[in-house]
Design a protein around this ligand. Sequence first.
Ligand SMILES: C[C@@]1(CC(=O)O)C2=NC(=C\c3[nH]c(c(CCC(=O)O)c3CC(=O)O)Cc3[nH]c(c(CC(=O)O)c3CCC(=O)O)/C=C3\N/C(=C\2)[C@@H](CCC(=O)O)[C@]3(C)CC(=O)O)/[C@H]1CCC(=O)O
Ligand SMILES: NC(=O)c1ccc[n+]([C@@H]2O[C@H](COP(=O)([O-])OP(=O)(O)OC[C@H]3O[C@@H](n4cnc5c(N)ncnc54)[C@H](O)[C@@H]3O)[C@@H](O)[C@H]2O)c1
Length: 280
Amino acid sequence: MKKKAVFDARLLFFFILLFSERCGGQWLRQQFTARVQAIKEKSRVRWSRGSGPKPAKGASVLREEKAMGYPVILQLRGRRAVVVGGGKVAARKIHGLLEAGAKIVMIAPEAEPELQALAAGGMIVWKKKRFDPDDLAGAFLVIAATNDRKVNEAVTQAASSGQLVNVVDDPERCDFHVPAVIRRGPLTIAVSTGGASPAVARRIRRELEEKYGEEYRPYLEFLQRARGIVLREVEDAEGRKRLFQALAADSFRQSGRWEEEFTRLLAKEKERNKEGERGR
Ligand SMILES: C[C@@]1(CC(=O)O)C2=NC(=C\c3[nH]c(c(CCC(=O)O)c3CC(=O)O)Cc3[nH]c(c(CC(=O)O)c3CCC(=O)O)/C=C3\N/C(=C\2)[C@@H](CCC(=O)O)[C@]3(C)CC(=O)O)/[C@H]1CCC(=O)O
Ligand SMILES: NC(=O)c1ccc[n+]([C@@H]2O[C@H](COP(=O)([O-])OP(=O)(O)OC[C@H]3O[C@@H](n4cnc5c(N)ncnc54)[C@H](O)[C@@H]3O)[C@@H](O)[C@H]2O)c1
């Protein structure tokens, strides 16, 4: 009660200040408007590729704010991905796209030997030529990875609004950034700094590779199978949750006796369920 009275008195004092010209009300109102404007600026989202304002040259790096990216795992199986450029950066992106099962078309007059080998083996299609806008027809995803800024920009201009575009030398114009990635069977760990420091993304990826080693591959593959069994055989939602949590525990992973332990936990859960039904 007392607290509320103090608060109300403070609020009243603030409003008197705000509307009294003599006590600096005008200054206060200006401060307030500036704060609101800053919040609006911060939450502004660019709607079309490349149409947003670029930060002015020399603007303080620390004050720059931008909307955060939305992390997703894209399903690219059977979808067409056009990569413009055939250098070292294009090669890195193409390896990731191949893992995801995309249908890759590479546009470049010259290509790294490893990419030439992929083309010769029929893993990717190589159009040995310079880029022109027709090359993007039918693409779901586009990567502009040449060493020529003008060509990369021409790629972004040629893309239609429904195509997802990545430009390796212009984070601001990207619809998506490619993160540093660790694969352990069904487990994907992706690290992104949104272009602030790709080198840090790479360092963190390396650190996480140590912590989540190759042993996670069979473990996740086992969990995938176990999940199917639990969903089929345990009807009770609470029981399922208990089981999934037990399987996710690091002590379970480290036990190494996954099949045996799982069979025991599953039987226990089924028994519990039966007892619950009998009790009703
Ligand atoms: C994660 C990774 C994925 C991949 O490419 O597979 C990736 N870059 C990686 C490495 C790396 N790239 C660069 C260096 C040298 C050190 C340095 O410059 O910092 C190193 C480190 C190294 O190689 O040691 C140079 C660089 N990168 C970009 C520019 C342009 C610019 O900033 O304007 C320049 C300057 C070029 C120049 O000098 O002209 C831009 C991008 N690079 C991104 C991704 C996207 C943001 C990702 C994020 O911040 O999280 C983004 C925005 C666009 C995109 O490519 O999607 C991969 C690590 C893979 C791994 O090892 O796990
Ligand atoms: N995003 C990243 O992770 C990252 C990392 C390092 C560098 N970069 C940037 O990526 C650019 C490419 O780096 P790189 O090491 O792969 O270069 P690179 O010189 O090895 O390869 C450039 C490729 O672009 C092709 N090319 C040039 N003009 C073309 C055109 N008109 N049409 C089609 N293909 C064309 C060339 O044939 C070549 O295959 C660099 O200039 C740098 O700005 C980005």
